[in-house]
Design a protein around this ligand. Sequence first.
Ligand SMILES: [Cu+2]
Length: 212
Amino acid sequence: MKLLSPSSLIPALLAATASAHGGVLTYNIAGTTYPGFVPYNSATGQSSIQREWDSYNPIQDPTLSTLACNTAGTAGALTATVAAGSTVIAYWNNPWPHTIGPMVTWMANCGGDCKTFSPTGAVWFKIDQAGLLSGDLPTGLWGSGKMVADNSTWTSVIPAGLKAGNYLLRHETIAMHTANAPQWYPECAQLVVTGPACRGVRTWLLFRACML
Ligand SMILES: [Cu+2]
């Protein structure tokens, strides 16, 4: 029997550690695919709707401003235009390695251009969440377990009544498999939300109504 020497084990362990983390790699927004930022590659020359994130590592200090849109969180070059009420599917690296912890999806109104918007502070509103869905805390089905079961995807709906404007869309999963050491995994995408998609418009004397 051949035994591995300790030195030959170290690179394997490091590789396993890196692949045990990650984030949102790609989006499907109302049927269109948008690749995310590619971490570990230089930001130079990358064009994405996703804000920059530089590694697969989690954020483990919730007081850091990078909790908002990961590290560095600097603006992407692109935006995705989407009608309110549309479906967004986020794709994590598959299989996502953590099944104990919640999924939370947030948005923030950028006011003006999202490329100059700072996402820190109380700017976020939650559009969906999934905590413990069944069973007990350490072994039950959590939102992130459902995400893994769904091929490491999470499906959200841009609120149908959301007013048109520029928004950040923030996906977050929190891995809680290690006691007293939660791991936050946030990524942000830049959206231009238009009014709800209309199948038809009905016009009365003073009103125009969207027939959904
Ligand atoms: Cu991890």
